[in-house]
Design a protein around this ligand. Structure first.
Ligand SMILES: *Cc1c(COP(=O)(O)O)cnc(C)c1O
Length: 621
């Protein structure tokens, strides 16, 4: 159980259920675009996007450039359509990140055409009265756009204004759209009009893509829908009681005394308010669930706190979990809560949990999480300001290369904010020692022993030690987060156990089993133990010792730091007389402490000092 003050749970299993139900309403030839704008209506765009792809989505819909970039940055590679009109100034980045803009004006179409080849979707306003080409002159506009030869019209679409409750108007829109589409001699690949409610209320046979939003999140857009489809809410918002109090008859509760206790009551102070997205209009109206019992919000919802009448609960405790919205009780679904104040469920879910960590679950198990700050990261911030300056200057000075500096910089931010495992993983107390000794068997080589230790949160019940003969073969192991140690073997020696082996691998004091697999230019050693399951998620000490051979004529050996690391100590020992160490460090300090004795050089930072990835030391001998 977490110890958060409030949190949202996103049930990806329920999302999948909703997709399966919705699919029954459109033909198997029809594709679907998952709408993930506004961070997937507050559900987490990246996680929803991944699940949607698994469920067969052919594309994703976002509101704007920044949302698209973020998904690209997180590694999403399927087509992403920007649904709102983009600005001309955004075109370069639209191209750079391979996003598909919606075209709603000639001016934008021309500007886009000037910049180079790209796919677009044309937006036709058939009655929504928002963005798009007005339906009455759409055909002539389409003709004009066809002449802009850099633009490939991949899709043409329109948007319903009231698919959930006005069938006549919906049909009128569908009809206007159909008339335009039927007059095109060359049909775009995708023709689409229906949002998720439209899929249910306006089945048609001339479109081939639907854009699914609200209903996939398990929120009904309309009561009659409940008889047609069974959806399950994806988001649950929970909090904990922080204080329990008693009010005497006549006592007032909250700002402006809008609630006066009619008798003695027991009430709870919850640490969430409108700043957490719990709508102010739920003041004196909201309800929440404590121990399966519905309790009433009393007084005004304030910025950070809300009072809940819990008189009927016997023996409530500080720390008890209260569900504010979601799955557990029909009365607190987004649509029923917003009904209480005439609000909009779309708005409520996209606001709620603004100060809460998100937990993604499937079959009741937490499979991922994302803290708040991470969600608000925008890659636009990438190129700017403090962090950028610190890192780039640090590395630039060392490497004398702007390009590499900016690559490293991006890499660091990616690791910190956008990688698929949403918690920041980093190493602490990193110690790496390498020792050369003369070898009797192979006189051209040093017998090399390495010892690596660090502490880190254990992510899996196993990990890999990898060794390869070329940088290219080793490269793939840098991208994998289940690899804890990598070694580049001299090109002239064979990939054999006698040339590279682990002599000991431990997690805390537990000696692990290891299994060697040699293939395709690399050695992979899997380190595992059944007991590791119990340690997952906990911070543990890794220690990995290896034995290998290193060519005397190489004259240099590099040690890299490739993860965020706090506290580094790298040492090199041998009986070679002339050794130099060149540390290339990025982080707050570029100049780690260097201590040299007759046979040893060590490079170290303070224990709590951060060292950024791609730092390292080159030992020259
Ligand atoms: C938001 C949006 C949708 C999704 O609508 P839902 O009602 O949430 O299904 C579809 N198309 C466009 C253009 C949108 O902006």
């Amino acid at each position: 159980m977490n110890d958060d003050r409030s949190w949202t749970e996103i049930d990806l299993g329920n999302y999948q259920h909703n997709i399966e139900q919705l699919k029954k309403f459109f033909s198997p030839q029809t594709n679907f675009m998952q709408i993930v704008k506004a961070d997937a209506y507050g559900h987490g765009a990246f996680q929803i996007a991944k699940k949607a792809i698994e469920c067969g989505a052919v594309s994703l819909g976002v509101a704007n450039l920044q949302e698209g970039i973020l998904l690209r940055y997180q590694g999403i590679s399927i087509p992403i359509i920007i649904l709102s009109p983009s600005l001309n100034s955004e075109i370069d980045q639209i191209l750079q990140y391979d996003l598909i803009p919606t075209v709603s004006s000639m001016d934008f179409a021309r500007a886009m055409n000037k910049k180079g080849k790209n796919k677009i979707h044309l937006n036709i306003d058939t009655g929504m009265g928002r963005s798009g080409f007005y339906y009455q002159n759409a055909l002539s506009k389409i003709k004009e756009i066809r002449r802009l030869t850099n633009l490939e019209i991949e899709g043409i679409f329109s948007h319903f204004a009231s698919a959930e409750n006005d069938i006549a108007f919906t049909e009128l829109q569908a009809d206007r759209f159909h008339k335009i589409v039927s007059k095109l001699d060359e049909k775009p690949k995708y023709i689409h009009i229906a949002n998720s409610s439209g899929v249910i209320f306006s089945p048609d046979n001339y479109t081939n893509l639907v854009r699914l939003g609200l209903l996939t999140y398990g929120i009904y857009s309309n009561k009659p829908l409940k008889d047609k489809i069974k959806l399950k809410p994806v988001m649950t918002f929970k909090t904990r009681i922080t204080q329990i109090k008693t009010a005497q008859k006549g006592d007032s509760i909250g700002y402006n005394q809008t609630f006066i206790a009619p008798k003695t009551i027991k009430y709870a102070i919850l640490p969430v308010g409108y700043a957490d997205g719990y709508d102010f209009l739920l003041s004196n109206k909201g309800i929440a669930v404590l121990r399966n019992s519905i309790c009433k919000v009393i007084g005004k919802v304030s910025m950070d706190m809300t009072a809940l009448d819990i008189s009927q609960i016997s023996d409530p405790q500080v720390g008890d979990v209260v569900t504010m919205l979601g799955d557990s009780h029909d009365d607190i679904t987004a649509e029923n809560l917003t009904d209480l104040f005439g609000g909009l469920s779309y708005e409520l879910v996209s606001q709620i949990g603004r100060r809460a960590k998100r937990y993604y679950t499937q079959n009741g198990k937490i499979i991922d999480s994302s803290p708040l700050l991470r969600r608000e990261f925008m890659p636009k911030d990438l190129s700017d300001k403090k962090l950028g300056d610190i890192i780039e200057t640090a590395i630039e000075q060392r490497l004398q290369s702007k390009e590499i500096a900016s690559l490293v910089h991006e890499d660091i931010l990616k690791r910190m904010f956008a990688e698929k495992d949403k918690d920041i993983h980093y190493r602490k107390n990193f110690k790496h020692s390498i020792k050369f000794e003369d070898s009797n068997e192979f006189t051209d080589y040093y017998l090399t022993s390495t010892e690596l230790s660090f502490s880190k949160k254990l992510q899996n019940d196993h990990f890999i030690v990898a060794c390869a003969k070329t940088e290219k073969d080793l490269e793939k192991y840098f991208l994998r987060n289940d690899v804890e140690y990598r070694w580049l073997l001299d090109n002239k020696i064979d990939l054999k156990k006698m040339f590279f082996s682990v002599t000991s691998v431990k997690i805390n004091d537990l000696e692990l089993y290891n299994e060697m697999k040699i293939s395709d230019g690399s050695i992979e050693i899997k380190c595992y133990h059944p007991k590791l399951k119990e340690l997952m998620g906990k911070e543990v000490n890794f220690s990995i010792s290896t034995k290998t051979y290193y060519p005397k004529n190489s004259h240099q050996l590099s040690v890299y730091i490739i993860e965020m690391t706090q506290g580094v100590d790298i040492s090199f020992e041998s009986n070679i007389v002339n050794i130099e160490a060149v540390p290339i460090f990025s982080g707050k300090s570029k100049f780690p402490k260097l201590v040299k004795t007759d046979h040893q050089i060590s490079i170290s930072t303070a224990k709590n000092e951060w060292v950024f990835p791609t730092s390292g030391v080159v030992f020259v001998y």
